[in-house]
Design a protein around this ligand. Structure first.
Ligand SMILES: Nc1ncnc2c1ncn2[C@@H]1O[C@H](COP(=O)(O)OP(=O)(O)OP(=O)(O)O)[C@@H](O)[C@H]1O
Ligand SMILES: [Mg+2]
Length: 607
């Protein structure tokens, strides 16, 4: 299977699909979302001790940071001015030690936080990946690959910033801020209050900034997802793009999302480029106030010189946490919105799940039965199969034929339970396939798909995909039975030749042979072969037929046939049209009936 978005969503580009995401996105932007926070905190739980250690280090760092300017004041007032050199030396050593402590404490804290952050990140991504693997095909068909990738990569990173750095830094900043205010008020209430004149301005600036930033940053999130979505789809469709010479159009489309993304970021960034200097300016203003008023108070002997120097020091530290807190405000918003998306994805129900106590399927005889099966891919999409009743006796091979879009591949997908029947039921050996666990079902029911998917690994690994610990001898045997051994031996590195992405270095016919080998190795009881529609040369055709004959022996098989030879060898032929069985019988009977089959035969199978 490729990454294509499926026939039903044809004409629906990544951008329109993104709108679905975008809509939910725009509901976000809260600073605090209880559900998201509690879900995400659970990820921190296993690292509780490390987080506590980081918190202690943060508090220690805050304490030391607060202490240093105060020590400077003591140095000036108690030692420099009275002229106590020994005392000054000792105190200087103490201040030096404090700074050394800050160095160690802050690097330890940073290390711990990034360590925890990366652990959480990895765990969250792996949980998302596990969940994505379990989500049924219907989900993946509806969602653009690139956008899903962006969720797992970008949104998770946003949350990480909040979880690891954010919370702890927030506590540290608040402690420093309150500490500075308290110390300043204690040292000189008058000077402190004058210095705080700038605070209302600062809060106003922060408030205006965060309101603007909220929408700006939200915009950047959906734009970056659009870029990833467009990129992924176009790279995936590069063959079509080049074949139709649409490079220019594709470039223009990309440039548009790229431009929008760039503008969104510039927009968000320029906000902070105005805001941060504004805060800095206010900080300078406060410094000037301290210098002027503080100087005056020193001259009037109302405060000591040490207090004034300490004030200058505190003021310069004061604005750092404020800047950081306002930055954090936007981090919180985008983390919450990212978190909402991640939680939503994690909570997407797995529609096709095993019933509690589902049994392992043990195929004894291999009878397959459809009872009144009606199916539609989605509740709002057309009915694809109508009232299908058919029974395949154990060990028999039936062929399913019909015009394109009739519903043949759908039948195959239903037997493997890639989708759930809408009405009716499918039985294997009289067991409803909804009552067995999916793994046991798919181990014994093997679907060789119309477009077999090859992974970009070696040929051998691709053949042994169903049984990863198969020996080389087993792999070669399966390849030999599938008539694939010959062409593989002629490849430059034989079984170790790497298949390129999308299997482009393997021809259509070879791909079929490989997938037959892959299925043969797993020795399934029931085999469904969805023949490739593409024309295959007569030599390969003969090889495939020969391999098929071997493979079908002793197995119950359904062959979705596009070739006359396959149909002829079948025990019974079912003709499907518009999701209904319109004719059935042997090849000869159907020809004699002179109905749809006869017409198809003339058009399709006769050369
Ligand atoms: N994943 C899907 N989601 C929604 N609709 C689908 C999906 N796959 C197929 N359909 C629709 O179901 C109908 C039957 O498709 P199906 O693939 O079963 O046809 P088919 O008989 O195998 O055709 P072909 O001979 O071309 O392979 C088509 O109308 C198709 O548009
Ligand atoms: Mg098909």
């Amino acid at each position: 299977m490729s990454f294509s978005i499926g026939p039903s969503s044809a004409g629906m580009g990544p951008r329109s699909a993104l709108d679905n995401f975008g809509n939910t996105d725009s509901k976000g932007g809260e600073v605090f979302n209880q559900k998201v926070v509690s879900r995400m905190l659970a990820y921190l739980k296993p690292h509780g001790w490390k987080m506590i250690a980081a918190l202690i280090l943060t508090l220690a760092e805050s304490g030391l940071t607060l202490m240093a300017p105060y020590l400077t004041k003591i140095a000036i007032d108690d030692y420099i001015i009275p002229g106590n050199l020994d005392g000054l030396t000792n105190l200087s050593i103490l201040i030096g030690l404090a700074y050394i402590c800050i160095f160690f404490v802050s690097s330890g804290q940073r290390y711990l936080l990034s360590w925890v952050g990366q652990q959480v990140l990895a765990k969250l991504r792996s949980d998302l990946f596990r969940h994505l693997q379990r989500l049924h095909l219907g989900y993946h068909e509806k969602h653009i690959t690139g956008v899903t990738v962006s969720r797992v990569i970008n949104d998770v990173a946003e949350i990480n910033e909040l979880l690891s750095q954010g919370i702890i830094t927030l506590i540290g900043d608040v402690v420093v801020l309150i500490g500075i205010i308290v110390i300043m008020l204690t040292m000189s209430p008058k000077l402190a209050l004058f210095t705080f004149i700038v605070l209302p301005l600062m809060f106003l600036a922060t408030w205006i900034f965060s309101r603007q930033a909220r929408s700006a940053f939200r915009e950047t999130r959906s734009k970056v997802a659009a870029v990833v979505g467009d990129l992924a789809e176009d790279i995936n469709g590069i063959r079509a793009i080049q074949a139709f010479s649409r490079e220019k159009a594709s470039q223009e489309r990309f440039e548009q999302v790229n431009r929008e993304n760039r503008n969104a970021y510039i927009n968000a960034m320029s906000l902070s480029y105005i805001f941060l200097p504004a805060i800095e300016f206010l900080g300078m203003l406060a410094t000037v106030i301290v210098l002027w008023l503080g100087g005056y108070l020193v001259l009037e002997n109302e405060v000591t010189l040490g207090v004034m120097v300490a004030f200058l020091n505190y003021v310069s530290r004061f604005f750092q946490p404020i800047q950081e807190l306002s930055r954090m405000y936007t981090t919180f918003q985008s983390a919450m919105a990212g978190g909402e998306q991640v939680v939503k994805l994690l909570d997407t129900p797995v529609e096709i799940s095993d019933k509690p106590g589902a049994i392992d399927l043990k195929v004894e005889k291999g009878k397959i039965q459809f009872k009144d099966v009606t199916f539609q891919y989605r509740s709002d999409s057309p009915i694809v199969l109508k009232n299908i009743n058919l029974t395949i006796e154990p060990g028999k091979t039936i062929a399913v034929v019909g015009p394109t879009g009739a519903g043949k591949t759908t039948i195959a997908s239903l037997i493997a339970r890639f989708y759930e029947v809408t009405q009716g039921a499918i039985f294997i050996d009289d067991t409803d396939i909804r009552d067995v666990n999916q793994q046991s079902l798919r181990q014994q029911v093997r679907v060789i798909s119309q477009e077999p998917f090859l992974f970009s690994r070696s040929i051998a690994e691709n053949i042994s995909y169903g049984i990863p610990d198969a020996s080389m001898a087993q792999i070669e045997q399966a390849a030999t039975q599938a008539n694939a051994h010959d062409f593989i031996s002629h490849l430059p590195e034989g079984y170790n030749t790497r298949v390129l992405e999308g299997g482009v270095n393997v021809s259509q016919g070879q791909r079929q042979l490989l997938s037959i080998a892959r299925a043969l190795l797993t020795d399934p009881r029931i085999l469904i072969l969805d023949e490739a529609t593409a024309n295959i040369d007569t030599v390969t055709e003969a090889l495939i037929q020969d391999a098929l004959a071997r493979m079908l022996k002793g197995r119950t098989a359904i062959v979705i046939a596009h070739r006359l030879s396959t149909v002829r060898n079948a025990d019974r032929v079912f003709v499907i049209d518009h999701g209904e069985i319109v004719e059935q019988g042997s090849h000869e009977e159907l020809l004699a009936a002179n109905g749809l089959y006869a017409a198809l035969y003339e058009r399709q199978f006769m050369d």
